[in-house]
Design a binder for this molecule. Structure first.
Ligand SMILES: NC(=O)c1ccc[n+]([C@@H]2O[C@H](COP(=O)([O-])OP(=O)(O)OC[C@H]3O[C@@H](n4cnc5c(N)ncnc54)[C@H](OP(=O)(O)O)[C@@H]3O)[C@@H](O)[C@H]2O)c1
Length: 291
């Protein structure tokens, strides 16, 4: 049975990931949680699946991660290795959907530190702690965000001075972890789930937590034969972080206009890619038949 460990998994996108891995893909799921009580309720919500096992871990605290690792080694079968680690836990403590936000010059440095610990340092701490128990060919997906991409109109707004920069840093940290993980034959990428309707994303978000989970899922399985490492993805597509995906000329378009373009161009971009892939598949099938 394949195995996955998902942090921050008792609600939102993490909970959807647990549902998909345990109930649709038949994985053994280690559900990272801060509260065992919450995890037990979440497992009941998922129909009490015996394939979901809670592990208490506060990803921002190295000691807690170490304890979680020791616990994991105690409860897992001897031969079992971890196939996928999803560093999903995240905190957006400087902005509440439809509510209060903190301006850049007003952010408290302790709060900034907490955000970076949770969204960036945790990816390094979790991965370097668990990597010795990962299988060859294993995958790590660090959940980042479009708000960490430089082209996003978020970049010129005087708000989210913690969350957005932490997600940019997480994309770069992913590259560093990917380089360090290569000798273990573990492949590490970052992924944006899209703007999802969760406690963090709020009710006005564009997609469901399920769609967000699917975006992360696709990053877990990209190119099984020749896995990429150190890249940033959304909905299974590699995303450049400094220009609007797929449209290089957008770097010449003012940020204030990009937010309107984003809604139109991104779906068009993905449609073009899907068409290209479809044509490529048809060509490959024709070539096979010809042989
Ligand atoms: N929703 C969006 O629109 C959106 C967009 C882009 C990226 N993302 C990213 O997607 C991931 C999941 O977001 P979500 O929308 O599902 O958020 P969410 O509903 O707020 O859930 C966040 C999860 O992270 C956990 N968590 C927070 N701090 C933690 C810590 N120090 N240690 C361990 N767990 C911790 C929370 O645990 P508790 O239940 O114990 O609080 C919760 O389970 C995050 O990394 C987020 O930044 C979300």
């Amino acid at each position: 049975m394949k195995t996955v460990l998902i942090t921050g998994a008792t609600r939102g996108i993490g909970l959807e990931l647990c549902r998909i891995f345990a109930l649709e893909l038949d994985f053994k799921v280690y559900m990272g949680c801060r509260s065992l009580e919450k995890a037990k309720n979440a497992i009941i919500e998922l129909g009490n699946s015996v394939n979901i096992i809670p592990i208490v871990v506060d990803v921002s605290q190295e000691e807690s991660v170490k304890q979680a690792f020791e616990y994991y080694k105690q409860i897992k079968p001897k031969e079992e290795k971890l196939d996928i680690l999803i560093n999903n836990a995240g905190a957006q403590l400087d902005w509440i959907p439809n509510g209060e936000y903190i301006k850049t010059f007003d952010i408290d440095i302790e709060l900034l530190d907490k955000i970076f610990r949770t969204n960036v340092f945790s990816h390094l701490i979790m991965t370097r702690t668990f990597i010795s128990e990962m299988s060859e060919g294993g995958r790590v997906v660090n959940v980042t965000s479009g708000s960490g991409e430089f082209w996003d109109n978020n970049a010129i707004m005087d708000f989210q001075p913690g969350y957005a920069p932490s997600k940019s840093a997480a994309i770069m940290m992913t590259k560093k972890i990917a380089a360090a993980a290569l000798p273990y034959k573990v492949y590490v990428n970052s992924c944006c789930p899209g703007w999802c309707r969760t406690a963090m994303g709020g009710d006005d978000a564009e997609t469901s937590a399920y769609d967000g989970a699917k975006s992360i899922l696709s990053a877990c399985f990209i190119n099984k034969k020749n896995p990429p490492s150190g890249y940033h993805y959304r909905y299974g597509k590699k995303i450049p972080i400094d220009v609007l995906p797929g449209v290089n000329i957008t770097k010449y378009i003012p940020f204030s206009v990009r937010k309107y373009l984003r809604k139109i161009l991104i779906p068009v971009y993905y449609k073009i890619i899907a068409l290209k892939e479809k044509n490529q598949n048809i060509k490959q099938r024709k070539n096979k038949n010809a042989k």
